[in-house]
Ligand binder design. Structure first.
Ligand SMILES: [Zn+2]
Length: 514
């Protein structure tokens, strides 16, 4: 059997954006899409254009600015959705419309209130209309894994006859098992007469922890496209994780006889970028991209890996873009060395950005003896998170101890001037947050706060993430510093800026508010 190339369809920006607590702004979505293009995924599902004007705008921007992958927009099986999706993706070099309708009896009866013949008709019309607008049309039978197999095959046959180039088989509710799902794919291959005119795609959810296993079983049975997300983000328990699907196919290509076009060395930094911009942390034990994925704790394992990595390593950290060597730069490193390191890490950036980053690097090297690759990656990701900021933190001063009440004073700058405030609190971080809240002059709904070290060592760079809530939406902010209070205060201000960019000033109006 010859080796097949499996298409990787990334839906981080559509299904992944439906992760509870995630809301990305247009610039953040473009930043992620650019990273996905570098990762060399085949298709980027950029959003659901009819869902909101914000979704439409993000998909349009990505279609116009991100080159390489096909850009897909999701649409229900109706004219308005399809037309809106078309308007959003039309500027892409290779636009795709992805239209879907549910085919299981549960959905037909309780959601769509349609009969099977009516559904066949609707699916055909939707695909035909999409095909009149673009050449590349994907058709999804929502809840396929709980649909009647015979009926499902009829739907796919009609969709392909109407012009679908890809037919997607979603396990929408994460219910199937690898053997069962593989059998369904085989059944479709042998019972849909015109199946050779379309690629079979799968879209698996992880409710029972089997999304990746189900996707791979489908590949073995002949599926040619896998839908997945960075870090496995997505509705409920999430989707199949892109990094796990890709590395399973890479590592076991002799077994699967299949590869992908993905540049695996971009996996780690894409994972970090997505984690930072969505505010959803990657668990340390997560396969492929978790902090512990390549850490060998037991002495026997460490000894083996030092003699020959193959003893306990089935893939190398370098293959996913994690560098093994530790120390890179220090305070005496010059601009040239810094730029070389960025190139080595795979970043091609303009001189102006290198200058900005170099200034940040110098500042960091002053505070920290050794600057590691992970620190540089963190600076890069922080750059990605920069947006027009309403407030900037000018200074903060915090006094705390076990015999005193923590007090903080802060100064924030806006285009309208500076704002100062002081407050006491339950510990130094709480005091700093309360002082910032007073300085901005409206209540900030703090939801969650997290602090972690980017690298090991007592002078490690601390990375703080803060989640705040406004109008029922969650916004995450991130701050980076060797001083954990400063990292926390920066994260809090960053979250407030993101919230203001979307919601405007809350009811308590500032004089200069929008
Ligand atoms: Zn889904």
């Amino acid at each position: 059997m010859e080796t097949r190339t499996i298409q990787i369809f990334d839906t981080t920006l559509r299904d992944g954006e439906q992760t509870p607590g995630v809301s990305l702004q247009t610039e953040e979505k473009v930043e992620i899409a650019l990273a996905l293009a570098k990762l060399k995924v085949d298709v980027i599902e950029a959003g659901f254009p009819v869902a909101s004007p914000g979704d439409f705008e993000a998909v349009s921007q990505i279609a116009a600015r991100v080159k390489g992958p096909s850009i897909a927009g999701l649409a229900r099986a109706n004219e308005k959705d399809i037309e809106t999706a078309y308007k959003a993706v039309k500027k892409a070099d290779r636009p795709r419309i992805h239209t879907f309708i549910a085919t299981s009896d549960i959905h037909l009866e309780h959601k769509l209130k349609m009969t099977r013949p009516q559904l066949l008709e609707r699916a055909e019309q939707a695909v035909r209309y999409a095909k009149s607008l673009v050449n590349d049309v994907e058709f999804s039978a929502e809840d396929a894994s709980r649909s009647d197999w015979k009926f499902l095959c009829q739907v796919y046959e009609r969709a392909i006859a109407a012009g679908a180039t890809v037919i997607n088989v979603p396990d929408t509710v994460g219910y199937t098992t690898p053997a069962e799902f593989g059998a369904l794919i085989t059944h479709i291959r042998t019972h849909v007469p015109n199946i050779d005119k379309a690629i079979i795609s799968v879209h698996c959810h992880d409710d029972l922890g089997m999304a990746v296993a189900n996707s791979l079983a489908a590949v073995t049975a002949g599926a040619g496209q896998v839908e997945c997300t960075i870090n496995g983000l997505g509705e409920r328990a999430g989707n199949a994780s892109l990094e796990e699907v890709v590395m399973a196919l890479n590592t076991r290509h002799e077994y699967y006889r299949a590869i992908t076009n993905v540049n695996s060395q971009q996996i780690y930094r894409t994972s970090r970028l997505v984690s930072t911009l969505t505010g959803i942390a990657v668990p340390p034990n997560k396969a492929v991209v978790g902090d512990n994925a390549f850490a060998h704790e037991s002495g026997i394992h460490q000894h083996g890996v030092l003699n020959n990595p193959l003893t306990y390593e089935i893939m190398s950290p370098e293959s996913v873009g994690i560098s093994r060597n530790a120390i890179v730069l220090g305070k005496h490193s010059g601009r040239h060395a810094f730029e070389e390191r960025l190139k080595h890490l795979g970043y091609e950036i303009d001189t102006e950005t290198v200058n900005t980053l170099f200034a940040k690097f110098k500042d960091l090297a002053d505070r920290k003896k050794m600057v590691f690759d992970k620190d540089i990656e963190a600076l890069m990701v922080e750059k990605a998170a920069v947006r027009p900021e309403w407030y900037t933190l000018v200074y903060h001063h915090v006094a705390s101890g076990n015999q005193m009440v923590a007090t903080a004073s802060v100064q924030l700058r806006t285009s309208a001037g500076v704002s100062e405030a002081a407050s006491c609190g339950d510990g130094p971080v709480d005091a700093a947050f309360k002082a910032i809240e007073q300085a901005v002059g409206f209540p900030v709904g703090l939801k969650d706060y997290q602090l972690k070290a980017v690298t090991a060592g007592e002078d490690a760079l601390g990375e703080a993430t803060v989640w705040i809530e406004q109008d029922g939406r969650t916004f995450s902010g991130r701050g980076l510093s060797t001083d954990v209070i400063e990292a926390s205060a920066k994260a809090y201000v960053n979250a407030i800026n993101k919230m203001l960019a979307v919601c405007g000033f809350p009811a308590v109006q500032q004089a200069q508010g929008r």
